[in-house]
Design a protein around this ligand. Structure first.
Ligand SMILES: Cc1ncc(CO)c(N)n1
Length: 214
């Protein structure tokens, strides 16, 4: 799916916002604005992963989907609450953040994939988020020339997040072959799943664009 998304994957994982996190040149106001939007994003994104629990077929799929829901709500969202609290933004203020249209477009796209699509369509819409941030986190950990955004980088490069990413990847692989068989990439449905993945990746690019325009 990543290979089929072409340039878009690079636009997402090498975005100017990401490079600003890496070298510390990202203005703090842009970072906090992004974090506030991302908190709202994660609220809806957790709901979309909860739909994956509902649409799963096996206990293994349910285990991975429910762990992801748990990680999003108990860990990733709490990181945002903590960083914002240090910057003087209360939990109430964070929850009251007005949602930007770019944010709304992305999360509702993913939720809609879950409401009207099957399990694989939902996973194709969810995958760029988890996979992309894990990839960005690892690269920045190796390349970062500044410690300004170290906590953010460490979160996504850390063992916990990387292990979520591996579990989700393995679960997607087995969910695809379970439903479509080994020759999955010869089927028309595969093209449609790749298109969903690519659209979600484009919406990640728009999310970073939004981050740069507080
Ligand atoms: C927009 C966006 N994509 C991916 C992640 C990773 O969970 C995130 N926190 N926010």
């Amino acid at each position: 799916m990543r290979a089929a998304s072409g340039e878009t994957w690079r636009d997402y994982t090498r975005h100017a916002f990401v490079e600003g996190l890496s070298d510390g040149s990202l203005p703090n106001a842009a970072f906090l604005h992004y974090l506030r939007q991302d908190y709202v994003f994660l609220t809806h994104f957790s709901r979309a992963w909860a739909l994956a629990v509902v649409k799963a077929e096996t206990h293994d799929e349910m285990l991975v989907a429910s762990s992801t829901v748990n990680g999003l709500i108990h860990e990733e969202m709490m990181l945002h609450v903590g960083v914002c609290a240090e910057a003087g933004i209360s939990h109430d203020a964070l929850a009251a953040t007005p949602e930007r249209p770019e944010n709304l477009a992305y999360t509702r796209y993913v939720l809609e994939a879950g409401y009207s699509g099957d399990f694989l369509t939902l996973l194709a819409a969810l995958a760029p988020c988890v996979m992309g941030y894990a990839e960005i986190g690892l690269r920045l950990k190796q390349a970062a020339h500044s410690d300004t955004y170290q906590q953010w980088i460490d979160t996504y490069a850390g063992d916990q997040y990387q292990s979520y990413c591996r579990d989700v990847g393995a679960m997607i692989d087995s969910a695809v072959t379970r439903r479509l068989g080994e020759g999955y990439d010869q089927l028309p449905i595969w093209q449609s799943l790749c298109k969903t993945f690519r659209t979600a990746t484009e919406l990640e690019v728009k999310f970073w664009d939004m981050g740069l325009t507080p």
